[in-house]
Design a binder for this molecule. Structure first.
Ligand code: SF4
Length: 689
């Protein structure tokens, strides 16, 4: 099925067996003081899993190029040994690996950072302009000499990469980092030979490519370009295309097309962004390349592809040479191998939540994956078969239970999984009906398939009893949460629903008041106001953000077909109410603003500071508002999203029966449903058996 994805291609001096590149991801393993073994284990699994070519996380080309304390610099603190170890691991598995040469420019988070000489770290940029999240740091404008020196540092880093055994380098010139900053009239206000005209603003990228190519004539050299900055007033498509034409004669082997700056207000990689939305930019650049005197330079497309059938659709017409996926390799190191053998059902899908990857990376915390808590922790949790197989019972088939069951089954334990509902998935099953969250069905499907493959027993449709578990060697209690009982007068009326009832059955058109504005309240509001048809959402996204959006991939895969088909907005007027805290609390840092923006765009009213929910009547909910006034909120339906309580009723019985057990996830702590914590605890519990 993946005929094009599976076909070999040439990337400069490299002959690659398939067209899937693992895109650069900053994991923090780059600076771990372990000789590089954790980073090597991370890359090794992905090379063994079929990635044709791996791009490392960004490696700063000098001290001031670091984005923060967790960025490696060649030649500093053992970095070279670490990367040598990682490169060897990839080569052991028959893979190839490119070092990403990185300079943060004004995106450097320098607070408290020191350079290799112990001096406070500078932040530098084409012009002394801070960005919105700079925490008061104004970058210093690079002098012309320093610009020349920075170009030379890119070349030196490339040479070091060659010495360490890398197969090539990727120059990071996208996402608003230094090279991108030089190109843009927003961030380059210089009037010397490095700015002032579009051609002079392009010069830095040109000189970096020229210097790197000369430094490593035998290696693959690629550049990651911003297909569109998505910043009002920044480079136009014509500017980007002109840069492409400047770069093509310089001996580049590939252009990898990125999208958007980190400070862009247009969402780029969140789950709400339609699948394949940015392919348009890659095909535009491919057309420029093919019509040039250097049509053989490869073009690599990326972003918002979660399935290699997406890749096949993108590659099929021959304009694009390869696809680069990043987060899907965190979710499943074997995505390529599994997909190439047609086992799409086994692929653990990235759900685009950012919660364990990007949200952590931006605060310098170790990266992993919500749906694959082993990611970037491969050494801590090796996949070796157990020497002492046990009967392991997992109670609960939500994300935590599935993570525990799959890991135990993979390692050879005799697994029984108990789920009270008729289907697996728990909170993920509910989330999968929210527009934009269809991919949440993927990890559930993958776990179901893998458990079947490994002979685990799955009991559906009845809660486990202590009698079921009495002969168990170990129980992982991942029974999740139940909605918290709400005691507002009138909450027993028939038009008052739980969020579970709402997401499962929908509600008739009319006014809806949602009590509780955390992550579930926000999801429920999205469910009520957004189309379940991704093609409709893609058209709306293009209009809202004024960007060309490809609809090539939307809704083309079975898992993206809406389970509750609603092709038009059901016409709800929705009010989300919250007592205290932020709306969307619990939604990750890089996704929350997108989730709330969608609701604002859809006309959802958000009322914070509610002092008291007074009573529910047919057609309205009475509250005491922030100012202490009694106010009626229109409500043909009231949906309760007022938190959860742990479902942990087996604990006492397990204790008295002396069955060893561990409680994980929501069943352990329901105060905030944190799926990253839940799946991580599940893995840790099953490894402690
Ligand atoms: Fe994808 Fe979420 Fe995992 Fe990140 S944490 S790789 S977004 S599933």
């Amino acid at each position: 099925e993946l005929r094009t994805v599976a076909s070999p291609w040439t990337l400069g001096p490299l002959r690659l067996p398939n067209r899937v590149v693992m895109g650069s991801m900053h994991t923090g393993l780059e600076v771990r003081d372990d000789g590089g073994v954790a980073m090597a284990a991370f890359y090794r699994e992905r090379a063994a899993g079929g990635a044709a070519c791996i791009i490392t996380g960004g490696i700063a080309v000098n001290d001031e190029a670091r984005g923060g304390p967790d960025f490696a610099v060649f030649g500093v603190d053992g970095a070279d040994d670490r990367f040598r170890t990682a490169v060897a691991a990839v080569h052991d598995e028959g893979g190839t690996v490119l070092a990403q040469l990185f300079h943060a420019g004004r995106y450097a988070l320098v607070g408290g950072l020191r350079d290799r000489h112990g001096r406070p770290q500078r932040a530098v940029a084409p012009s002394a302009l801070p960005w919105a999240a700079a925490r008061g740091v104004v970058p210093e404008e690079l002098t012309a000499d320093e610009v020349e020196r920075t170009v030379a540092d890119f070349a030196t880093a490339a040479r070091t990469a060659a010495d360490l055994g890398f197969d090539g380098v990727e120059i990071m010139a996208s996402e608003g980092y230094l090279v991108n900053q030089f190109q843009s009239p927003l961030t380059n206000l210089r009037d010397d030979e490095w700015g002032g005209t579009p051609a002079k603003r392009r010069r830095f990228a040109v000189e970096v490519v020229r210097a790197v190519r000369a430094a490593v004539p035998d290696l693959a050299v690629t550049i990651r370009l911003s297909g569109a900055d998505l910043m009002p007033g920044s480079s136009t498509d014509e500017d980007v295309d002109a840069l492409v034409l400047d770069l093509l004669p310089l001996g580049l082997d590939a252009i990898s097309v990125g999208i958007g700056w980190h400070e862009s207000r247009t969402p780029t990689i969140q789950a709400a962004v339609p699948h394949g939305a940015w392919i348009e930019q890659a095909t535009r650049i491919a057309d420029v390349v093919r019509a040039s005197d250097h049509p053989h330079v490869a073009v690599i497309a990326s972003n918002r592809m979660t399935d290699l059938r997406d890749g096949e659709a993108v590659l099929a017409d021959g304009r694009i040479d390869a696809v680069a996926l990043a987060r899907p390799f965190l979710a499943d190191a074997e995505i390529v191998a599994r997909s190439l053998t047609g086992r799409f059902d086994l692929v653990n899908t990235c759900i685009g939540c950012n919660q364990a990857c990007l949200d952590r990376s931006v605060v310098g915390a170790p990266v992993s994956c919500l749906v694959n808590p082993r990611a970037a922790r491969e050494l801590l949790f090796p996949l070796r078969p157990t020497a002492a197989p046990k009967r392991v019972d997992v109670v609960g088939g939500g994300p935590a239970g599935l993570a525990a069951a799959v890991d135990a089954a993979r390692r050879g334990h005799d697994v029984r999984l108990w789920e009270a509902a008729d289907v697996l998935g728990g909170q993920f099953g509910l989330a999968a009906v929210v527009p934009g969250k269809e991919d949440y069905a993927g990890p559930v499907q993958a776990a179901r398939a893998e458990l079947a493959e490994r002979g685990a027993t799955v009991h559906l449709g009845r809660p486990a009893t202590i009698a079921d578990l009495a002969d168990s060697d170990a129980v992982v209690l991942a029974s999740g949460v139940v909605p918290r009982e709400v005691t507002i007068p009138g909450s027993d009326l028939p038009h008052v629903l739980t969020y579970e009832q709402t997401l499962e059955d929908g509600v008739p058109p009319g006014s809806v008041a949602i009590v509780g504005g955390g992550g579930i309240g926000v999801d429920t509001a999205a469910f009520l106001t957004e189309s379940s048809d991704e093609a409709v959402r893609a058209a709306e996204f293009a209009a809202r953000w004024d960007v060309p959006v490809s609809d090539q991939l939307v809704g083309d895969l079975p898992q993206r077909q809406p389970t509750v088909p609603r092709t038009v907005r059901p016409g709800h007027q929705v009010t989300v109410l919250r007592r205290s805290g932020k709306f969307g609390q619990g939604v990750g840092l890089t996704s929350r603003w997108v989730a709330l923006g969608r609701l604002r765009d859809a006309g959802v009213r958000m009322v914070g500071g509610v002092q008291e929910y007074l009573r529910i009547e047919p057609g309205r909910l009475w509250i005491r508002d922030e100012a202490g006034a009694e106010v009626a909120v229109p409500a043909d339906v009231v949906v309760l999203c007022a938190g959860q309580e742990a479902r942990d009723d087996l604990v006492t019985d397990l204790r008295s029966a002396a069955v060893p057990f561990a409680v994980v996830g929501g069943a352990r702590d329901a105060r905030s449903v944190d799926a990253v914590r839940a799946t991580s605890e599940a893995l840790e519990a099953v490894r402690a058996l």
